[in-house]
Design a protein around this ligand. Structure first.
Ligand code: F3S
Length: 397
């Protein structure tokens, strides 16, 4: 791989051991994927934060790296394993939390903004169309590539952190326009609403693997939130990093320009497939004892919708609405938090139902409106899930 003189110096250690180690990782990745060169990035999103997923080895690695590493581009952080402020009230252990706080502190020391959210694009990390970035949360990568038109591969945590420390990443995959073309056409013959978008994403992700699907929707115009759930599901049942929606995402015209549409595989999805997938995503027919919304983390808009449903009501089952502290701050100011709390629900910040150790809190069946969460909770938490629209999951006294 070609390196500029400045990059060679970084590789040889002129800027210290952390930069050298990070350059070695970037060059190794570049060699594996046959990149010709490195490219400057404008931002990073770094995963590998929850103590539940990275453990003591990850914590020690980050603390050691943090001795002399510093990020060079705006960098934001994925969710942690607990709500950093209200962990005790939610029932998380002190032992887990202490280690979790050390991990977040290690990132902070490196200059990473400790947003602790998987929706960095809702809290100020908003790349422009065509920007090269290095993001490592699969749902966020899918959103950045597809909805914002930025360019990122599905980085792992160490790859994104190395890119943030060097301000560069290897130029291969979705950084190159030829890999951003559609290679599946998905004709959706059903009107979609709510959790249907996640079900569609889950179904298509399983079929296309790491392909680039191009959706033709019937009549509906997906909202930003719908696209968030579609992408998260595509990226969890498959390895999709980029999708296009006709008339809705910024690169949809380029995605099929100069492509022989006759040769592209077509997939037709009707109401029956969507309903079967919705059914398949539930692992139990018991009533959920905890409803968890916000996978990916909810937007302010979604919190408003949830609070509107709960005005003056009391919930029968427990409710967590997972989001970032930034979105929560505005929800507080708007009075949405109070309405949700008065109904018996909680807004949970910095973490989520998958990366938090919820299996230790005594819950058995989790209700979710996210296909990604429904896909991961049984394997990562060992609990049952019910997948449905949130209006149907919530039970009022
Ligand atoms: Fe985010 Fe957790 Fe889902 S990190 S995308 S809420 S699994």
């Amino acid at each position: 791989m070609y390196l500029t003189r400045e990059e060679e110096e970084m590789y040889e250690g002129a800027e210290g051991p952390a930069v050298q180690k990070s350059m070695e990782i970037l060059v190794a990745l570049g060699d594996i994927y046959e990149a010709e060169k490195l490219v400057d990035i404008t931002s990073a999103q770094i995963s590998g934060v929850s103590y539940k997923t990275i453990g003591d080895a990850g914590l020690e690695f980050l603390e050691a790296l943090g001795q002399d590493a510093h990020v060079r581009v705006p960098s934001t952080l994925n969710p942690a394993g607990v709500d950093l402020e209200f962990w005790k009230e939610l029932g998380f252990s002190e032992e887990f939390t202490k280690k979790q706080l050390r991990i977040v502190k290690a990132y902070q020391k490196m200059g990473v903004t400790t947003t602790c959210t998987c929706t960095p694009y809702l809290v100020g990390n908003v790349p422009r169309l065509g920007d090269h970035i290095a993001w490592s949360e699969s749902s966020a990568v899918c959103y950045a590539n597809s909805v914002l038109g930025a360019k990122s591969n599905r980085e792992g945590g160490p790859g994104a952190l190395s890119a943030a420390i060097c301000g560069k990443t290897a130029e291969y995959g979705y950084h190159l326009d030829e890999h951003r073309k559609a290679n599946f056409i998905v004709e959706v013959e059903a009107n979609l609403k709510g959790a249907d978008y996640g079900a569609l994403g889950y179904l298509i992700g399983k079929t296309v693997g790491d392909g680039v699907p191009y959706f033709k929707l019937l009549t509906c115009t997906p909202s930003i939130n719908d696209l968030k759930y579609l992408g998260a599901a595509l990226a969890s049942s498959g390895a999709v990093a980029l999708y296009h929606v006709e008339q809705a995402t910024p690169e949809y015209k380029d995605a099929i320009k100069d492509v022989n549409l006759e040769e592209i595989e077509k997939i037709a999805v009707n109401r029956k497939y969507i309903d079967e997938t919705r059914h398949e995503l539930s692992t139990s027919d018991r009533k959920p004892d905890l409803i968890c919304l916000g996978c990916p983390h909810v937007s302010l808009d979604e919190i408003k919708t949830i609070s509107n449903k709960l005005v003056g009501k009391k919930l029968k089952n427990q409710l967590w609405v997972c989001t970032s502290i930034s979105v929560n701050a505005i929800a507080d100011r708007m009075g949405y938090t109070k309405i949700i709390e008065d109904a018996g629900g909680k807004i949970v910040c910095d973490t989520c139902m998958v990366v938090a150790p919820i299996e230790e809190l005594g819950f058995e069946v989790i209700g979710v409106d996210s296909a990604k969460a429904a896909n991961y909770i049984p394997t990562m938490c060992g609990l049952d899930v019910i997948f449905d629209d949130f209006e149907k999951l919530i039970q009022i006294k």
